[in-house]
Design a protein around this ligand. Structure first.
Ligand code: SF4
Ligand code: SF4
Length: 388
């Protein structure tokens, strides 16, 4: 069974949603007029409930993944668990050999984060596999796994790619362990929230369960995500929809650009995830590349507490001894000052002298130290209170 919008499966999906309204499960907030969904009654409330569902899924990830695999697997569908890109490539080589694959149709190789994360383009080049419109097999990104119905949710990745889902002999899907929802009733909410860059609902959505005339292979990739899962404070970063809203407003990303990240993941959520997805040693500096301004949280459709997670990450670094002696001393002094009302109320002159002492001459060579306000902390706080 497979489904495109407006066909039989989609009709079933609407029926499921209506049942959910009656049972008060899932979003339950569709306005249906003439049998079609139009919009959600209260998007803010819906997004809040959606986030709760995602968190529940991540908290029970092992069970939900097992449930998905059980519901998805059949004689046409095979699931491959891959701990990293080497696992993926080893299995791909076997599939290519058994199916005599010489060419692949790979939609949006540069736009899809997962393909860039795996470096699939280089692997195909090494294996001398051609990229062609009429390739022997087609690669798809599975945007979400729907555990309850054992189906994949795909948002349109390139023109006409969906029409080939049931025409090709072999389909190969790629996803990561965190792209899963326990309840398929939320699919349309996901589509609306996740496709910000491409205009929300305009992206075509497909549910893929099986197609009897095709061999379907699904790669479920970890690539260090379990490192985040093991961390109680940071695991909710795995519920990020990768919608990109926060990237458009983050002053750090806007100022330094994507290059310094040297990675496919950039922007606010990368400040939390990169040290775990890559290595702490190479990426711990990124945890400090945040002003805690909160702009990202203001636009995040699922209100992820990004600042709290960044502060938790810094705390974890500190208690694990990952902070150098010099920095530990600086942080300890900062803490002391911030907790002392008399130091915060010191004059501008005293503060400037103190600040000058803190920062090394190396730092001052390339950056100007901030100028202190002439008002004391108490006065500024009073003004702030009066302006509320
Ligand atoms: S809180 Fe940090 S990550 Fe978020 S927008 Fe501000 S600087 Fe960027
Ligand atoms: S953190 Fe929020 S705004 Fe940023 S990409 Fe993830 S879901 Fe979108």
């Amino acid at each position: 069974m497979y489904g495109l919008m407006n066909n039989e499966y989609y009709t079933n999906f609407l029926e499921i949603s209506e049942k959910a309204i009656k049972k008060n499960e899932g979003p339950g907030l569709f306005k249906t007029s003439q049998g079609k969904p139009s919009q959600f009654l209260d998007m803010e409330e819906t997004a809040g409930r959606f986030r709760t569902m995602l968190q529940r899924t991540i908290e029970n990830l092992d069970e939900e993944l097992a449930r998905f695999e059980k519901n998805f697997s059949n004689k046409n569908n095979a699931v491959f668990w891959a701990s990293d890109y080497q696992d993926v490539f080893a299995s791909l080589k076997k599939i290519f050999k058994s199916q005599k694959v010489r060419s692949v149709r790979l939609p949006n190789v540069n736009a899809s984060t997962i393909f860039r994360e795996l470096g699939i383009k280089y692997f195909l080049r090494e294996e001398k596999i051609e990229l062609r419109e009429d390739g022997d097999v087609q690669f798809f990104v599975a945007d979400m796994m729907l555990a309850d119905i054992g189906a994949l949710l795909l948002l349109n990745q390139s023109n006409n790619s969906f029409s080939r889902l049931t025409n090709d002999k072999t389909n190969i899907f790629f996803t990561t362990i965190d792209r899963i929802m326990c309840n398929s009733n939320w699919a349309e909410v996901y589509q609306q929230l996740a496709t910000y860059r491409s205009g929300g609902n305009q992206q075509e959505m497909v549910f893929f369960k099986s197609a009897s005339n095709c061999n379907n292979y699904l790669f479920i990739i970890d690539n260090q995500r379990t490192q985040l899962l093991n961390n109680k404070e940071l695991r909710q970063s795995l519920t990020c929809l990768q919608c990109g809203r926060c990237q458009d407003v983050c002053p750090v990303l806007q100022t330094i650009g994507e290059e310094p990240y040297n990675n496919v993941f950039t922007g606010p959520i990368a400040h939390i995830t990169l040290p775990y997805l890559e290595s702490m040693e190479s990426y711990k500096h990124i945890i400090y590349a945040c002003l805690l301004c909160g702009r990202c949280e203001e636009v995040c459709p699922i209100s992820l507490p990004i600042r709290d997670m960044i502060v938790d990450s810094r705390h974890i670094l500190f208690v694990n001894g990952e902070v150098e002696k010099k920095e530990r001393h600086l942080l300890a002094t900062q803490r002391k000052v911030l907790l002392s009302r008399s130091k915060m109320n010191a004059s501008k002159f005293v503060k400037n002298v103190m600040m000058g002492k803190y920062f090394t001459s190396e730092f001052k060579k390339t950056r100007r130290l901030p100028a202190f306000n002439t008002d004391t902390f108490n006065k500024m706080y009073q003004k702030f209170k009066n302006s509320q």
